[in-house]
Ligand binder design. Structure first.
Ligand SMILES: [Zn+2]
Length: 103
């Protein structure tokens, strides 16, 4: 009997799961953009102090770092997918296990 190569999950499931992750990251990019815009308006209009703007920017930075660490991973092998480009540049294949990520 021929030895079958066992994958944890099928390629279709990996592609589907990766599409969900990319959608989450796209949503985060929009939220980050809105918060950055609000911070700039606050500073420009003198509504908030520099301290509040700094706190908002730190929150944005931490959440972006968290998403990069936790979400930007291969659904199959859980390997990190390298630099996060917020949807501008997306890996077609996992750099760790080589599985197809985008149809
Ligand atoms: Zn992988």
């Amino acid at each position: 009997m021929a030895q079958q190569f066992n994958k944890n999950i099928s390629e279709e499931k990996v592609v589907a799961e990766f599409a969900i992750r990319r959608a989450k990251i796209a949503q985060l990019a929009i939220i980050v953009g809105v918060i950055a815009g609000v911070v700039i308006i606050f500073l420009y209009q003198d509504i908030a102090s520099n301290a509040i703007a700094l706190i908002l920017l730190v929150v944005v930075f931490i959440s972006a770092a968290f998403v990069n660490m936790k979400v930007w991973r291969c659904p199959s092998c859980n390997g990190h997918l390298g630099k996060l480009y917020l949807g501008l540049k997306e890996p077609k294949h996992c750099p760790s296990c080589g599985i197809k990520l985008i149809e």
